[in-house]
Design a protein around this ligand. Sequence first.
Ligand SMILES: Cc1cc2nc3c(=O)[nH]c(=O)nc-3n(C[C@H](O)[C@H](O)[C@H](O)COP(=O)(O)OP(=O)(O)OC[C@H]3O[C@@H](n4cnc5c(N)ncnc54)[C@H](O)[C@@H]3O)c2cc1C
Length: 447
Amino acid sequence: MTVMTTPVLVWLRRDLRLDDSHAIAAALEAGAPLAFLYVLDPAMKTRGVGHAQLGFIVEGLNDLQARLAERGGGLIVRRGDTVQQLLDVARELGAQRVFANRDEEPTAGMIERAAEEALRGLGAELVVVDDEVNVPHELVLTKEGNPCRTYSAYARSVRRVLAELPSPPHDYDLQGRLLAAPAPEIPSVEMLVGRPVTLRSDVPGGETHALARLRSWRDEGYLAGYAKDRDLVAEPDATSRLSGYLRQGMLSPRRALHVADRADAPKYASELLWRDWFKYVLHHHPDLAERCIDPRYDRIEWFGLDEHFEAWTRGETGFAMVDAAMRQLTETGSVANRARMVAASFLVKDLHIDWRRGEQWFRRHLTDGDLASNAGSWQWVAGTGLDAAPYFRVFNPDLQEQRFDPTGAYAARWAPDRPLRIVEHAIERDRTLAAYKAVATDLADPS
Ligand SMILES: Cc1cc2nc3c(=O)[nH]c(=O)nc-3n(C[C@H](O)[C@H](O)[C@H](O)COP(=O)(O)OP(=O)(O)OC[C@H]3O[C@@H](n4cnc5c(N)ncnc54)[C@H](O)[C@@H]3O)c2cc1C
């Protein structure tokens, strides 16, 4: 690869977009042409990236390649060990500076540190900037200056910071600023995993689709109806279905919040901030997926049966909303929040199975599978996390179905058969309350 001017390299990770990227904005200040690299690292699998998510990433890379080409640039895609590929490309380009958006997940942090050291050995510098949330974590504190321990304190602090230091989406012009690169061979998901893939996301990956969905969902009136309709699980447009895009950074969190605020949609804005909150929780509790934040609950005895776990994964529990959610998950990688809560609560509180097993299953199958949001939500449902649901909140799957799938359309679409019920809810609820109280005798009684 020969280049006329030494470029700077933008190392893309979970920020597969051109719009409002702090790494791109920082790289542009260097004044040199920008080259873009993405590494498809086989180790992604061990980080919980399943087939639905991988397919979504591949679609996103194809989209990004086209967007870069439209602006006179290109995308370099490599396969292999991330640090080695990054070094190779930096060396080939003669890049002295590499820009990246921070990825807060613990494994990503380790890769980042290894990359920094390896690049230093090459005489190059890695510049990492905050981008993943609306307000950098260290700025979010209670009025007393402590880390927030509840979502509402977090959201209030974020709003205080944004009132003083607004963080609108960046607008920059990339035309004439990009290093041309030949269109890469982007392997298909089948090539990457070495076999046919049936699990496919029902939303197409890529920044172009993310921006189009954000606008059309707002313009067609769904954003206005969100606060009222968001729990109607049979209605695919009741929620924005942007989480996969946010997870891969195909959509900027600032762009999404900006749209919500301008449309005066506080409920939607607050849900976007739940995403940021869980990243904040992960920042303060890097072992979020491994340990209960409230350590008392790590003593709970999870006495559930393996065969019940298997039935849950297959959507064969006999509880329609649980089964519909689980089958939708394995077929499409997407499930609405309400149905996720019901299925998760059922695993933990009706089947007595450790939330960590459910967390891993979800993360591997969800298109938006995200360590922070997923582990944070599982701990919320299990009642073991920060500001979590109280331990005695046990969803009644039948009542949930009556309220949120009143016509039965969701169950009919995904789980039309009715297998025999594997447990009886009322009995299991009592066993759960007893198990939680056994490890934390000072728990308040349900009021
Ligand atoms: C057990 C369980 C596991 C979950 N796992 C994940 C996960 O791996 N990845 C993930 O992105 N979300 C997860 N969530 C949160 C939530 O279910 C999804 O973000 C939401 O269903 C995505 O659909 P949407 O984009 O249509 O959301 P909308 O309702 O349109 O919300 C807009 C955006 O706000 C964010 N958001 C909304 N609700 C939540 C929430 N409760 N927690 C965190 N962020 C939220 C998402 O980024 C979402 O795209 C989980 C929830 C539960 C109960």
